[in-house]
Design a protein around this ligand. Structure first.
Ligand code: PRP
Length: 206
């Protein structure tokens, strides 16, 4: 299932990211702001239980989230989405996954994986701004499933049709939350029109 938000704030902020004149400081801020809005979208179906709460005026029925959530940023670009997510759901654990794309084969290469022996969360949100060929997202889901997590969501900014198709075919149980679906991939695997290299633009290394 692919969820693309039509929220005007997301559309406005994504336009700032696409703009070549946006410098990395503002780029990082806007990625973080968009992560908060996408967090709202991606957590809309979380389960909760009713709990009693005492207010200054009396008793009320409150609600408590049941999920233990793990954020899984894919390095590097996914790092920029962590702070925004944590502001919305501060109790999350953060599991870093290092994956980069081989420039020639476009296949993901794993270089860092800091997961504990057994999962201590029951829902993982994979964070990565760009879903291009889908190779990195598929590899991340593979790692999390092998680790034992059964409930996984992917949260990104822009998806290419090719990457969405690949991820949803390989892992149909993983819902995808995005701010936009762009036209296509170019011959070097970049999303067009996209926003360029999300890692380089956040960290000023482009
Ligand atoms: C980018 C992006 C994704 C991946 C998407 O990372 O952040 O992780 O490519 O491509 P895919 O869907 O074809 O796998 P990159 O390899 O540029 O690493 P970086 O984040 O460290 O810059």
């Amino acid at each position: 299932m692919v969820h693309v938000s039509n929220h005007p704030l997301l559309r406005h902020k994504l336009t700032v990211l696409r703009d070549t004149t946006t410098k990395h400081r503002q780029f990082r801020e806007v990625v973080s702001e968009m992560a908060k809005l996408l967090c709202y979208e991606a957590t809309a179906d979380l389960e909760y239980e009713e709990v009693p709460v005492t207010t200054p005026m009396g008793q009320a029925t409150g609600h408590r989230l049941l999920a233990d959530i793990g954020l899984v940023p894919i390095l590097r670009a996914g790092l920029g989405m962590v702070e925004g997510m944590l502001e919305m759901i501060p109790g999350c654990q953060v599991w870093h996954l290092g994956l980069y794309r081989d420039e020639k084969t476009l296949r993901p290469v794993s270089y860092y994986n800091k997961l504990p022996v057994e999962p201590t969360v029951n829902l993982c949100l994979i964070l990565d701004p760009m879903l291009a060929t889908g190779g990195s997202a598929i590899a991340a889901v593979d790692v999390l499933k092998k680790w034992g997590v059964t409930h996984i969501k992917y949260v990104g900014l822009i998806g290419a049709p090719e990457g969405i198709e690949a991820l949803s075919t390989t892992h149909p149980d993983v819902p995808i939350y995005l701010a936009a679906i762009d036209e296509r991939l170019n011959d070097i695997g970049f999303i067009v029109p996209g926003l360029g290299d999300a890692g380089d633009r956040q960290f000023g290394t482009g």
